[in-house]
Design a protein. Structure first.
Length: 253
């Protein structure tokens, strides 16, 4: 897989791309990460990438020409099918299901917005879609691009070393694990007791069935406590409905 990022701050990515899973995935050949300076796709001597918006609004807007030229040249070099994504606060919300969808692509081209925004012709005629990583405003799309690159890369076969790790994480699930779309269960490591705070006995029991059942229940409880909105999209089984009833009763007390 190849992920190309177009930005006015290419140096930003020297940190996130040189550590952890992204670094290992690049070294093993699972993913190629390319960072492109938008200013290199300009023709004037000032390397102009932005201009004032029509209509008299405040701020500056990224011009369409450099972004179109950047994508066209990247596509020409790669020679593979690509999906162009404009990172924008107005975009579709980035979730785990979308990360999995993007991980099936041959190439992603991520366009980092800046300033007041990006000329709308980029969204309408160049990008395949707009994506947002959350309901808040950032100074630019660089952080969002790094988030998406990491979330997508870790889903590539072989990226984690242990494929079950990705299956058991929050928002994903496999057979016998927590329900799809829920948060992950709590995790503990040594020591078994720290400052009179013991690890749950069931995790030390060696009984894999009990441990699995405990994890399912605790994942459900954590989701109900921290992200109850996720439960509205989950079809609960009889056991989960019972847990929900118990939690609601405890809340009333």
């Amino acid at each position: 897989m190849r992920i190309d990022i177009v930005t006015i701050f290419p140096e930003f990515f020297s940190g996130p791309f040189e550590h952890g899973i992204l670094r290992r995935a690049q070294k093993s050949g699972l993913v190629q990460l390319g960072v492109h300076d938008l200013r290199q796709f300009t023709e004037d001597r000032h390397r102009t990438v932005d201009d004032r918006p029509f209509g008299g609004e405040e701020g500056m807007v990224l011009k369409p020409e450099p972004l179109f030229w950047a994508v066209e040249q990247i596509r020409e070099q790669a020679g593979a099918g690509s999906r162009v994504i404009l990172l924008s606060a107005q975009g579709r919300l980035f979730r785990q299901a979308l990360a999995a969808e993007l991980s099936e692509e041959q190439q992603l081209i991520l366009l980092c917005g800046r300033y007041e925004g990006v000329d709308e012709r980029v969204a309408e005629h160049l990008a395949d879609e707009e994506i947002s990583i959350g309901d808040y405003v950032l100074s630019g799309g660089e952080l969002a691009a790094a988030v998406i690159a990491d979330a997508v890369t870790r889903l590539l076969p072989g990226a984690l070393g242990n494929e079950a790790s990705a299956v058991r994480e929050s928002f994903t699930a496999g057979p016998g694990e927590t329900a799809a779309g829920l948060l992950d269960c709590p995790h503990y490591t040594r020591p078994a007791e720290f400052r009179e705070m013991p690890v749950p006995e069931v995790l030390l029991s060696g009984d894999h069935r009990r441990i699995r059942d405990w994890r399912r229940k605790k994942a459900f409880e954590k989701t109900w406590k921290n992200r109850p909105d996720l439960l509205s999209g989950v079809r609960l089984d009889s056991e989960q409905r019972q847990w929900l009833s118990e939690l609601e009763k405890e809340q009333v007390r």
